[in-house]
Design a protein around this ligand. Structure first.
Ligand SMILES: [Zn+2]
Length: 220
């Protein structure tokens, strides 16, 4: 979640009025825009029961070619018992915001349409949505010991991110935290120490995948 919803609604309203050219332009190279070819069949990285699509006004109607994965915390300030992907979903829907995935300690939700080589453009990381898959972890302030995420939540996220890397051919160096992709310097999520540890776990997990297993993942 990167932009206060009131501002984003203003921007969208402005775009509807034909003022889009006056908005600050993200670094969106034309070559990165997919052509108008049909996107093909949808792909799912969660069980179908955990596919829960956000309302259409929560995301852009454009498709992107994913080249990065940006991790977030969802900033939930309620108790840990409410650090749930379903709450992440409801919050995004309420704020008219979006990310591709929400992960809690039990499961991940896929919240936007994905295709081979393409993804629906989310509003998860201002300035980078043209290239990024956004993954929200339920919770906040992960670097504070009392808010450290559950091991199962981290494990589920590692596995999801690894699958996305293989499916979209995204290199390890392009798995980043939101604070590394915030040109305004306002974002801290999902924490420096968290990302350092996450990278270690992601590298260790990927080292355990044999060449055969990796062939069995989507798109090998
Ligand atoms: Zn974020």
């Amino acid at each position: 979640m990167s932009v206060p919803w009131s501002r984003r609604r203003f921007l969208r309203a402005a775009a509807c009025l034909g003022a889009a050219a006056a908005l600050p332009a993200p670094l969106r190279p034309k070559a990165a825009r997919p052509d108008a070819a049909p996107p093909g069949e949808r792909v799912y990285f969660t069980p179908l029961a955990d596919y829960r699509e956000l309302p259409a006004d929560c995301y852009a109607d454009t498709l992107i070619r994913p080249g990065e994965i940006i991790l977030h915390w969802d900033g939930n300030r309620n108790g840990r018992e409410l650090w749930k992907a379903a709450v992440t979903y409801e919050t995004l829907a309420y704020l008219r915001q979006s990310a591709h995935f929400a992960v809690d300690d039990r499961r991940g939700l896929q919240m936007l349409p994905l295709y081979r080589g393409l993804a629906q453009e989310s509003y998860g990381a201002k300035g980078y949505n043209w290239i990024a898959l956004n993954v929200e972890l339920a919770g906040r302030d992960f670097d504070q010991p009392e808010f450290a995420p559950a091991e199962s939540q981290v494990r589920l996220t590692v596995r999801l991110v690894s699958q996305l890397m293989d499916f979209y051919d995204i290199p390890f160096a392009k798995v980043v935290g939101h604070y590394e992709r915030d040109d305004r310097g306002l974002k801290r999520d999902p924490g420096l120490a968290f990302m350092a540890r996450f990278r270690e776990q992601l590298a260790a997990y990927r080292a355990t995948l044999s060449p055969l297993k990796r062939q069995l993942l989507p798109d090998g």
